[in-house]
Write a protein that binds this ligand. Structure first.
Ligand SMILES: [Zn+2]
Ligand SMILES: [Zn+2]
Length: 165
């Protein structure tokens, strides 16, 4: 997106709505896709009083993919509210990696902002019970009564009959 083409005067701003395609995201060794894969982005572009731009990007979407505990389908709402400032000559702090010569890479910014907004784990629900460590059954559907008899090693029975004097 060419910011210069907006012809903003210093101090002036504009709100734009942009549709951005977001490719599936690999996270924690799993692949997650946004549904729909095209997200509606609200972009606030403000030309600063000197040179440069202040930018705000907002979007919300839903991420779909496997629950990291039980591998069932998980749907995770993602809310993004990100800001960037790009001021030529302002140094690294005031230089946005998404702006080059007044051209904003909305796609890269949207994708990175979504990745940053993800929680540490994607779960089908906060209290997902996960998989049984013994047989791999999904404990969310198996219920709390699912359990295995502790396997006894018969050699311990022999030992317990020994008497140590
Ligand atoms: Zn789960
Ligand atoms: Zn089991």
């Amino acid at each position: 997106m060419d910011l210069a083409a907006l012809h903003l005067r210093p101090g002036e701003g504009r709100r734009l709505e942009v549709a951005v395609d977001v490719d599936p995201i690999t996270f924690g060794g799993q692949t997650y896709a946004l549904d729909p894969s095209t997200v509606d982005v609200i972009l606030d572009v403000s030309r600063m009083s000197g040179e440069g731009y202040a930018l705000r990007l907002r979007t919300s979407s839903t991420l779909h993919g496997p629950c990291m505990r039980c591998l069932d389908d998980a749907a995770l709402p993602v809310e993004v509210d990100a800001r960037e400032v790009d001021q030529p000559g302002g140094g690294d702090e005031l230089s946005s990696p998404y702006v080059t010569d007044e051209v904003l890479d909305v796609g890269a910014w949207t994708r990175d902002a979504i990745v940053l907004a993800l929680p540490a784990q994607v779960l089908c629900r906060a209290d997902c019970a996960g998989l049984c460590p013994v047989c791999g059954t999904n404990l969310n559907t198996a219920g709390p009564e699912h359990h295995h008899e502790a396997e006894r090693d018969p050699r311990w029975d022999v030992l317990s009959e020994l008497k140590f004097d």
